[in-house]
Design a protein around this ligand. Structure first.
Ligand code: ACO
Length: 348
């Protein structure tokens, strides 16, 4: 029997507080016009002070598990009940984040494991910047494939970038937002590769660009020192122009490589779900490849750049709106800190 790794549930969690460009412009030296025209961003959602990465990650995972149990409604009690049915059947939690609850240990995935009651699941975090979910999906597929004992995994992308911003750096802080997305994946069959689900993934890295998107302080390269006073939290520092140029190439190169690896034409593709750091980056890449705009699912206007959460949030939105049909060829494509980039080929 052929085996496939299918997505059987999707979920997302986005903080209710929506912050418009105008609201930001009242606090920092920027305008709605500048942000929209340079990035396509109109809003971002920002978590409350008390919320950490694992809180959003767990909520997204619970929503995905409820769907995996057959419940796609919005009654909180039903979501909880349905998710609790699936929780003990999860063998693996893979959480992609650049904004963990804690540095180093424990992993945020372990905290999520406890919060969602997935008592039989192994748990680990992945650090691959905004490509984290793409890496996570391939990691889950690989880990399910190699072990006869593992059947189900949850892959989560979750970020609280608002807590890792220098709010005095207007060229960076306007770009990011908070959120989480999750999918439940299940192994169907027991050997070889099937024709549906996650068919294959391409993962790339270029560590020579590590400095162009970095959180410099707090690690072993630049630990805090006794007596030191710091004005900002550990924050994202970015060379916008360098990342922009890398990103356009990363999206177009990855899409071309996926097309060759999967032996299809772009006309065959139902949806491309890109990481969304800047709508201009996606536009430049799609024009290079001459792919029609309507094949790209975009939601940057609402959420800004939610890093590893962007792609799973988009998948959940599309899924719940009924935009993903059985048999659709769906490509994900991500790029981000590391530098990393890559994509997944999925038959929905
Ligand atoms: N509001 C108003 N003006 C601003 C703002 C702002 N928020 N930010 C910068 N400016 C000003 C600059 O000071 C500069 O002014 P000057 O000409 O007087 O010096 C001017 O706007 C132009 O600045 P540029 O940096 O040239 O603007 P650019 O068009 O390159 O856009 C941007 C900057 C949006 C950051 C762009 O380079 C970009 O999107 N880069 C990639 C970002 C990205 O992809 N990041 C994440 C990738 S991976 C991940 O998702 C973690």
């Amino acid at each position: 029997m052929k085996m496939s790794i299918e997505i059987i549930g999707t979920g997302r969690a986005v903080p209710p507080r929506k912050v418009s460009n105008d609201e930001l412009a009242a606090q920092i030296d920027t305008t709605d016009e500048w942000i929209r025209s340079h990035t396509g961003i109109g809003n971002r959602h920002i978590a409350d002070e008390s919320v950490a990465c694992s809180d959003l990650a767990a909520e997204a995972a619970i929503n995905a598990m409820a769907m995996a149990a057959g419940y796609s409604g919005d009654d909180p009690a039903e979501i909880k009940r349905a998710a609790a049915e699936v929780a003990p059947t999860i063998d693996m939690i893979i959480l992609a984040t650049a904004t963990a609850d804690y540095y180093g240990t424990p992993s945020t995935a372990c905290i999520v494991q406890d919060k969602i009651g997935a008592k039989n699941a192994a748990a680990m975090d992945i650090t691959a910047g905004c490509t984290g979910f793409v890496y996570g999906l391939e990691t889950a597929a690989g880990l399910l494939c190699v072990s006869p004992n593992r059947k189900r995994a949850i892959v989560i992308g979750a970020e609280l970038l608002s807590k890792m911003m220098n709010w005095d750096d207007r060229s960076t802080c306007v770009l990011f937002g908070d959120g989480a997305g999750a999918v439940v994946v299940e192994k169907i069959g027991d050997c070889c590769q099937g024709k549906t689900g996650i068919l294959q993934s391409l993962l790339f890295a270029d560590g020579s660009g590590a400095d162009s998107l970095v959180m410099k302080r707090g690690g072993t390269r630049a630990p805090y020192k006794k007596g030191e006073t710091v004005d900002t939290p550990i924050c994202v520092e970015m060379n916008g122009q360098e990342v922009y140029n890398f990103a356009v190439g990363a999206i177009s190169d990855t899409l071309k490589a996926l097309k060759e690896a999967g032996n299809f034409n772009f006309e065959d593709v139902a949806w491309i779900v890109p990481h969304q750091a800047n709508a201009r980056i996606v536009k430049a890449a799609r024009m290079r490849l001459r792919i029609p705009e309507e094949k790209f699912y975009m939601n940057i206007e609402e959420y800004a750049n939610t890093s590893s959460a962007t792609i799973p949030i988009a998948l959940d939105e599309m899924n719940r709106k009924g935009q993903l049909k059985k048999g659709d060829l769906v490509l994900t494509v991500g790029f981000g800190g590391g530098l990393t980039y890559g994509g997944n080929i999925i038959i929905w």
